[in-house]
Write a protein that binds this ligand. Structure first.
Ligand code: GUN
Length: 300
């Protein structure tokens, strides 16, 4: 029997709907509108697309969206001044500085200048430390989206063997912390892991976040396992015409979907959950800063 295909578009729409309902209630019961500021430095085409999508989704959820677009040659000092202004703006509950930044900027310095309570990316070192010690924090959007999908599919994750492939600060490491928090037995595999196929074969839950197309093979998957594919890789697609490309995940999807119990496709799996979780984080940040109970099911 084939795997259940976990539809990230449908699930993300559900999360966005829940966020919107909460936002409506915040407005009517507390006269509060959550605000998200997104800062883009430079003209990177992919970043421009991301920032536009984030702004549009924010407005659709009934929240205030503010975009700051700065020239590529903006100084680090100017950017830090803007962050300071946003940190002190009570109408702004979430701040996101789109990465990568131009080379004259120190990314760590910039990210750590954001007020941790407004750090909707969850990249501030205080939030990393809070998550790593099992405390309440702002959680990076992509792993939060993966966690929501896993909880939705399994109910409880307690006692499951989880293997995460990839140890990045944005996905692999926070994913490990979240799954430890949900009482999984967690293994983080990476480029130096000996016998990766054998490690993956032990897993009830596989999260692939390597950035290499179709590296995870069907015969690495334990029958019935849940496979979350975070990879978004552009690959050549000659079948679509000369020079055409398509998106491929880190998992060899077709054969893997005949072995797995559930699997996320690429595109249409984890991708749409990232923006949905950005909205959820903005709402959470707004509730916490106003001492209003935070929404159930939209946080870790
Ligand atoms: N660039 C690509 N993905 C992200 C993200 O999740 N957050 C930020 N700030 N920049 C990014």
């Amino acid at each position: 029997m084939g795997a259940k295909i976990i539809d990230g578009r449908e699930f993300a729409a559900e999360v966005r709907g829940k966020v919107k309902d909460h936002v409506t209630r915040l407005a009517s019961e507390h006269s509060i509108v959550p605000g998200l500021a997104v800062v883009l430095v430079g003209q990177d085409p992919a970043s421009q697309v991301y920032v536009r999508s984030k702004g549009k989704a924010t407005v659709e959820a009934g929240m205030k969206s503010v975009e700051h677009k700065l020239a590529a040659d903006t100084s680090e000092r100017e950017l830090l001044a803007l962050i300071d202004q946003l940190n002190n703006d009570p109408s702004i509950h979430g701040i996101l500085v789109q990465l990568p930044l131009p080379e004259q900027m120190n990314e760590d310095l910039v990210v750590n200048a954001i007020e941790p309570a407004k750090d909707v990316d969850g990249f501030h070192i205080s939030n990393v430390g809070l998550l790593g010690t099992g405390r309440k924090s702002m959680v990076p959007c992509t792993p939060l989206g993966c966690l929501m999908m896993l909880r939705d599919h399994h109910g409880s994750l307690s006692g499951l063997d989880a293997v995460i492939i990839g140890r990045s600060n944005i996905v692999g490491r926070p994913m490990a912390q979240l799954l430890i928090g949900d009482s999984c037995t967690v293994t983080v595999a990476h480029s130096r892991t000996r016998d990766l196929p054998e490690v993956v074969r032990r897993a009830d839950v596989v999260v692939a976040a390597v950035g290499r197309p179709a590296i995870v093979q069907a015969d690495w998957i334990k029958p019935g396992a849940t496979v979350i594919d975070v990879g978004i890789n552009k690959v050549e697609a000659p079948e679509r015409g000369e020079g055409k490309t398509r998106l491929a995940g880190d998992v060899d999807f077709e054969p893997a979907s005949r072995v797995a119990g559930a699997i996320t496709p690429v595109p249409g799996g984890v991708g749409p959950m990232t923006i949905a979780c950005l909205l959820a984080n903005t709402l959470t940040a707004c509730c916490r800063s106003n001492d209003i109970p935070e929404p159930v099911g939209l946080t870790a």
